[in-house]
Write a protein that binds this ligand. Structure first.
Ligand code: ZN
Length: 419
């Protein structure tokens, strides 16, 4: 019996001994990023106490799931969450497209209920509600659930589990569509989650999940997407195994550009068997189901880290001012893993009001408003939110210095290739 960290538990973390999808103990440590603090635990002062946790990745020889070796108590991570779906210009666009897809292809009838697990500030559900659909959001971050409720999207500020699914079913009936975007990677007890989701789903209902894709993590060496909130790193293979354990058959797999490369996987209860997914063959060809692939990734991560540190060290030794653009969770992983602190970056800028005036976890770099960067025009700017590269370059077209993009391989953008 594994130790389960539930809401309210006093434990800070547990060690993983069995795969959360297939249950095997045959787990091999493939990546070791040492210890880091929680990537979203911004500090009010640099002297504030903070906890560091090991950041290691295990490969499951049973189902090919990559997963962290230590699971931090979710109460330490998700009660107040600084990331907002609506804070980037491209995400609401992504949600509008998804809203269109849900209403035109997923729904059998406009009277069906759409439940979104991890609904954040309600951006997607608001778009669905505008189309006249019945919606219900669930998000454990009290600050985000409040924002969603204020904009008229009913949102329960709780963690989703099978008990909660029972309560929703009794109160609102079953759901025709359940959406879980960027949620599955956060869930420790995937079996209880799937039990809840499938019991809440109508017989011809559809479950649609979006997860960062391990194929992109591997190909683009996106080691900064590894942090304690992301317990699992999925390819299609372990998802199909998980779905089939709960009577869901794969209906579609779609590649998405968001978050540095993601996949949307849908499963339907009423299907008799998985539809043919060419992706599974692609994954085999890429070696995503082999431990050696991730052992090799570990070596490439080490190389990229050293290369970035060397590049920044060189620029700094010439007296150049360098700042960081964006303070996303992934940026904090990168800074901590590469040990890039205030000796290298004068400050970091961000647009999220909750982060401004605080300090980055671990490296204690001050976070300022974007205006400061525009006024200072630093010689170099490390793009920590590199997944928004095009958006940032466009937004900062008057910037006279040079951006450094750290992923997939550190590169300094010249003024020419920015236009
Ligand atoms: Zn497994």
């Amino acid at each position: 019996m594994r130790t389960k960290i539930r809401s309210g538990s006093g434990l800070d973390f547990r060690r993983v001994s069995r795969c959360r999808v297939c249950g095997t103990k045959d787990l091999a440590k493939v990546i070791d990023l040492k210890s880091t603090p929680l990537a979203n635990s911004f500090l009010n002062t640099p002297s504030e106490k903070e906890s560091w946790f090991p950041l290691e990745v295990l490969y499951c020889n049973g189902c090919a799931l990559l997963q962290l070796s230590h699971v931090v108590n979710p109460n330490l991570m998700f009660k107040e969450y600084p990331y907002r779906s609506s804070s980037s210009a491209s995400m609401p666009q992504h949600f509008r497209e998804l809203a269109q897809l849900i209403s035109s292809e997923f729904m059998a009838s406009s009277k069906q209920l759409v439940v979104e697990i991890g609904s954040n500030d309600g951006t997607l559900l608001a778009a669905l509600k505008e189309r006249g659909l019945q919606v219900l959001g669930i998000d454990p971050a009290a600050n985000l659930a409040r924002i969603a409720n204020e904009r008229g999207v009913e949102t329960l500020p709780q963690f989703f589990d099978s008990d909660m699914a029972d309560q929703i079913r009794e109160r609102r009936g079953k759901a025709g569509v359940i959406i879980a975007n960027n949620v599955l990677a956060h869930v420790d007890d995937l079996h209880d989650f799937m039990q809840g989701a499938t019991s809440l789903l109508e017989n011809d209902g559809i479950l649609s999940v979006e997860v960062p894709y391990v194929g992109d993590l591997n190909q683009n060496v996106e080691y900064d997407t590894i942090y304690h909130e992301h317990l699992s790193y999925f390819s299609v293979h372990p998802i199909s195994r998980l779905f089939s354990n709960f009577g869901l058959r794969l209906e579609s797999v779609t590649r998405l550009d968001v978050h540095g490369g993601s996949i949307r996987v849908t499963g339907r209860k009423s299907r008799k068997k998985d539809s043919r997914i060419p992706f599974m063959e692609f994954e085999k060809r890429c070696g995503l189901n082999k431990v050696e692939t991730y052992e090799s990734l570990s070596g490439r991560i080490e190389y990229q880290k050293e290369y970035l540190k060397h590049t920044l060290g060189n620029l700094k030794s010439k007296g150049s001012m360098i700042v960081g653009y964006g303070a996303p969770a992934k940026g904090n992983t990168l800074l901590n893993v590469c040990e890039i602190g205030p000796e290298t970056l004068d400050y970091v800028i961000d647009t999220t009001p909750e982060k401004i005036g605080k300090f980055t976890p671990g490296m204690h770099i001050p976070i300022y408003e974007t205006e400061r960067f525009r006024k200072d025009q630093p010689r170099y700017c490390l793009m920590l939110a590199w997944n928004y590269e095009k958006e940032i370059v466009l937004k900062e077209r008057d910037y006279t210095g040079q951006f450094i993009v750290p992923i997939p391989s550190p590169k300094v953008l010249s003024q020419n290739n920015r236009s």
